[in-house]
Design a protein around this ligand. Structure first.
Ligand SMILES: C[S@@+](CC[C@H](N)C(=O)[O-])C[C@H]1O[C@@H](n2cnc3c(N)ncnc32)[C@H](O)[C@@H]1O
Length: 211
């Protein structure tokens, strides 16, 4: 099974538990939320912001609090995750779409938040995803990525209380930055945060602007 099909199957299976166990952003470290605040600070107040790989829409209230007048959209592979997002945020448009083939016009967005959604994309496949982010973003558009930092893959046989085959890709801040530059972005900020207790990996964040 390829990465996309495996991710879709995984999140369709765990969606209800994910929504129950991770209902909001209270698990996020304060410095990770501060990174999101620095992303929204680069955007106009009425920015069109895509939550790319939005899952259950868990990060929507964070974006709404930081940027109350922004126009929100979400996209995700998993219909079951989207079902939760649509129920929780009835006024927001959520589309079922892969990150590398988004149903939005060229230059139609100001910001893309990809919060732990490139973790099922192999490093070699990031170019296609970032080219798509660049295509949908306006010329001064901004992207923020959060991901588990490292090299190689991680495998788990349990996730969110389910027996599943979870396969995820680790990414390095350097590798993500290089792929962003290849897609005509310029890095604004790069952060590696040390793993907290309970986290198996350090966390990586890259904030970049369309060049
Ligand atoms: C770990 S969850 C994160 C969800 C949300 N961003 C959050 O922070 O709660 C990863 C999400 O990314 C989605 N995803 C992974 N790869 C994707 C792809 N290539 N295209 C679209 N969605 C993808 C999954 O379906 C899943 O909902």
């Amino acid at each position: 099974m390829d990465d996309l099909a495996a991710a879709q199957q995984l999140y369709d299976t765990v969606a209800d538990s994910y929504a129950r166990l991770l209902p909001d952003a209270s698990f996020e470290a304060a410095e990770d939320l501060a990174m999101i605040a620095r992303f929204t600070a680069l955007l106009p107040s009425d920015a069109r912001v895509l939550d790319a790989g939005c899952g259950t829409g868990r990060m929507q209230p964070v974006l709404r609090e930081l940027l109350p007048a922004h126009r929100a959209t979400g996209a995700d592979l998993s219909e079951e995750m989207l079902r939760h997002a649509r129920a929780a945020h009835p006024g927001t448009r959520f589309d079922r779409a892969p990150l590398a083939a988004l149903p939005y016009r060229d230059g139609s967005l100001d910001g893309v938040l990809a919060w732990y959604s490139i973790i099922h994309t192999a490093p070699a496949a990031l170019d296609a995803v970032f080219a798509e982010f660049r295509r949908v973003l306006a010329d001064d558009g901004v992207v923020l990525l959060g991901f588990q930092h490292g090299r190689g893959q991680r495998h788990r046989s349990e996730a969110y209380g389910h027996t599943v085959e979870l396969r995820a890709h680790l990414h390095s801040v350097d590798g993500v930055t290089a792929a962003l530059e290849h897609a005509r972005f310029t890095a604004v900020e790069r952060v590696i945060r040390e793993a907290r207790p309970g986290e198996a990996q350090d966390q990586g964040f890259v904030l970049a602007r369309a060049a």
